[in-house]
Design a protein. Structure first.
Length: 277
């Protein structure tokens, strides 16, 4: 028995350090995401069902399947499982208040006000943005583009269907105006109103690659995703997004994030809020 086989047998097919290193490298190459050692349990838990599904014997066997090219759809499934992050409606409310009180009153009339939720996960962020825009802009034109690397969360986002517990942070007047309460078999859930859904374009976008042509935006939300990037990847991602921000437009990042040492071309307006000159 080889040393590796003996180690695996002793480990009971747990995720070995050498295998975790392989998945770290793969996710970094594909998505620019740096998995810290603390994420080993997450990788182990989220990929275990896929190993069982394919009747494989180890995480190493699953890695070989992903990199063999035999099942490209499985690679997307693995990316989906490893890049899904927690989110909720109206997360970090100071950003929405800044959008309402500072950005929207200063907008240029006439052209459509455009917002990009660049790491939209399961849709709570872009729908929160849409509720605020519908409330503040009324009949003025606006649109939201929402993107994520994960096809799985985009599918959920497009459904616009959530458990009622997810509505905790939605203002009551917005809940009444923009959400439909489920009845019968759908009791305990709610759906975002079709008027808002029609204003949001969901797209799969990998921020670690050349961006598709999405046009220019007045505001880009890129929140709570750069914490997973190293400094060089952050620089490249922000540089790509810079080209998509209108002059005078804003970039909003997570409150726990910073662009210090990442970009000098944006003006700091407030913590986690930047403006393109």
């Amino acid at each position: 028995m080889t040393t590796a086989a003996a180690e695996r047998q002793e480990a009971g097919y747990r995720l070995l350090d050498s295998e975790f290193t392989q998945f770290q490298g793969l996710l970094y190459r594909l998505a620019g995401i740096s998995l810290s050692p603390a994420k080993k349990a997450l990788v182990c838990g989220r990929l275990a069902k896929r190993i069982k599904h394919h009747r494989l014997n180890s995480y190493g066997d699953y890695f070989q399947l992903l990199t063999s090219g035999r099942e490209p759809q499985e690679l997307q499934i693995a990316i989906d499982l490893l890049t899904t992050n927690e989110t909720y409606f109206f997360r970090e409310p100071k950003h929405f208040e800044f959008l309402r009180s500072r950005i929207l009153p200063a907008r240029r009339p006439g052209s459509a006000f455009r917002v990009w939720s660049a790491a939209c996960s399961s849709g709570e962020e872009p729908y929160s943005i849409a509720m605020l825009l519908a409330d503040c802009l009324r009949e003025a034109p606006w649109e939201v583009v929402a993107s994520d690397i994960s096809t799985r969360v985009l599918e959920r986002a497009r459904s616009a269907h959530y458990a009622m517990e997810r509505a905790e942070h939605i203002p009551q007047d917005y809940l009444r105006a923009f959400c439909l309460k489920g009845v019968g078999r759908q009791e305990g859930t709610f759906m975002i109103d079709k008027r808002l859904r029609s204003k949001i374009a969901f797209k799969q976008v990998n921020l670690n690659e050349q961006l598709p042509r999405l046009g220019e935006f007045d505001v880009i939300f890129l929140r709570n995703v750069m914490i997973y990037f190293d400094v060089e990847t952050k620089r490249k991602v922000v540089q790509r997004l810079m080209a998509a921000i209108k002059p005078g437009g804003h970039l909003l990042i997570g409150h726990s994030e910073s662009l210090n040492g990442v970009c000098d071309d944006l003006q700091v307006v407030a913590p986690s809020i930047y403006r393109k000159p």
